[in-house]
Design a protein around this ligand. Structure first.
Ligand code: PEP
Length: 271
């Protein structure tokens, strides 16, 4: 069997497909253990990587329950400092210590309710990378920015400033999540065409900031009111490499339906 150089290049540029649940401020330790025990066998043969961003208090239990399964456990936020007198904050090494392998950074709820700006998110990304904690940079325009025709400007700024002073080598494990703010928790979602257009735009920004080879390897997830009905068509878009699911990841039934529907043929979709 022989392969052309182009075929080899395409093979090595295959991006992993990752479906992530973001539990926000929901679920106790016991609920976490029960959920993971129940979902692990349901997704065992699934082709996607399945990530769960759980509350701080449940990370250790989640990581233990996920051992030997295909589930990967992570956190939803962290402080940018190594350690210090920052009452109520959690450091990156504490997340790793508890068993987290990735961390969501710059989620729109952090930007909106906790006033996180791009400079702070950049510091957090640097800190996570410094201890091999995989960062998921969340970006997305607000409704006002979309209505003002500033969607691309806002997303470009978030990517450029969030990844400032970092090299492609340092960022090789980065995951990007495009989450239009107007779609989060609202029941509204980007059409597959809108999502694909913005994912292509994000990849173009990465390509300009770094290089096209790097840009082609970075998984870009879509987030914003993903459910069992829209998951498949979103996942079919060429530059949509996964989903970041909030509300619908809290129920075993809806999260497993999203995961199964994402891989099924149209006739097999579980509705
Ligand atoms: C999220 O929390 O990142 C999210 C996309 O939420 P939802 O799926 O509920 O819109």
């Amino acid at each position: 069997v022989s392969f052309t150089i182009l075929e080899c290049k395409e093979f090595f540029m295959l991006r992993p497909k990752i479906i992530t649940g973001n539990w926000k401020m929901y679920k106790t330790i016991e609920q976490t253990a029960d959920f993971i025990k129940a979902i692990a066998p349901l997704v065992a043969d699934n082709p996607f990587e399945i990530f769960l961003a759980v509350p701080f208090t449940a990370i250790q239990t989640a990581a233990q329950a996920a051992e030997g399964t295909k589930l990967v456990i992570g956190a939803q936020n962290m402080n940018d400092a190594t350690e210090g007198a920052f009452t109520g904050e959690i450091a990156a090494n504490m997340l790793k210590d508890a068993g987290a392998e990735f961390v969501l950074l710059g989620h729109s709820e952090r930007r909106r309710y906790f006033h996180e700006d791009d400079a702070l998110i950049n510091l957090k990304i640097k800190r996570a990378l410094s201890i091999d904690l995989r960062p998921v940079l969340c970006v997305g325009e607000t409704l006002a920015e979309r209505e003002d025709d500033k969607t691309q400007e806002a997303v470009k700024r978030q990517i450029t400033q969030g990844l400032a002073d970092l090299s492609a080598r340092e960022l090789k494990n980065l995951i990007l999540a495009y989450e239009p703010v107007w779609a989060i928790g609202s029941g509204l979602y980007a059409t597959p065409e809108e999502a694909e257009e913005m994912h292509q735009f994000c990849r173009q920004v990465l390509s300009e900031l770094f290089d096209p080879d790097f840009a082609s390897t970075i998984p870009i997830q879509y987030g914003g009111s993903v459910n069992a009905l829209n998951a498949k068509v979103l996942m079919e878009q060429a530059d949509v490499d996964g989903l970041l699911v909030g509300g619908a990841s809290l129920s075993l039934e809806s999260f497993s339906h999203i995961i199964h529907n994402s891989e099924s043929t149209p006739d097999e979709g579980i509705l």
